[in-house]
Design a protein around this ligand. Sequence first.
Ligand code: KIV
Length: 273
Amino acid sequence: MAGYLVEDTRKVTTLRLQEMKEKGEKIAMLTVYDYTMARILDDAGLDAVLIGDSAANVMAGYTTTLPMTIDHMIYHASSVVRGVKRALVVCDMPFGTYQVNPTEGVKNAIRIMQESGCDALKLEGGIEIIEIVKRIIEAGIPVMGHLGLTPQSINKFGTFGVRAKDEAEAKKLLSDAHALEEAGCFAITLEKIPAKLAGKVSEELRIPIIGIGAGSEVDGQVLVVQDMLGMTKGFNPKFLRKYEDLYGRIVDGVGNYITDVKQVTFPSKDEGY
Ligand code: KIV
């Protein structure tokens, strides 16, 4: 099996990710939403997994992440936690659960931690959510920031296109990243921004920067697992490298099953009782 050889079998913590940045070791992260896939990804040796609210798209077929609720996220995250031994498990706080006020945000953050058993939370936004980020961290919960394309604000942006291409937005993103670091975030995800800007953020900040569509000059990468395994047919953004064609392989496998059932070559005598 072509897995990545993991010598350090200790549970990955936020501190370990920090050490990896300091040593120049890149961080490999993928999204995951269920127990079976979580076991496979953890066995393969990933450093971190994200229960992204992209579950709305890949698991539930919605066009945005906005329909995800706290109950949906807890269901997905607790399933993943049961399948993971080593990787750091980060869960997205879904839309509407931290934007109203800090008290409600902290209450929801504690609920996700308690009911899912995940290790950390991810929140989208910069200076506008800084008070809630601080309060959640004060409650003892590690927070990962998320800047650039923040899909929970898709209706404000009106496009899934590349963010921070102009100077003003790039300047705001850089100051948001500094604010998140000062607030105590252990890492930041940068989504779909110019590679040069992402590299600058990674260079200026002490904490790890994890990119998706943000080039190679960051401290790690995250992709949606169904996208990189080639299960989401027709989704081909420039930043996505497909490591498998599971869509095609599953269609072939299921096609063979259909043929066997129709031709009564399955089950055989040995496959019965
Ligand atoms: O929800 C998600 O999958 C994410 C990644 C794209 C970083 O936030």
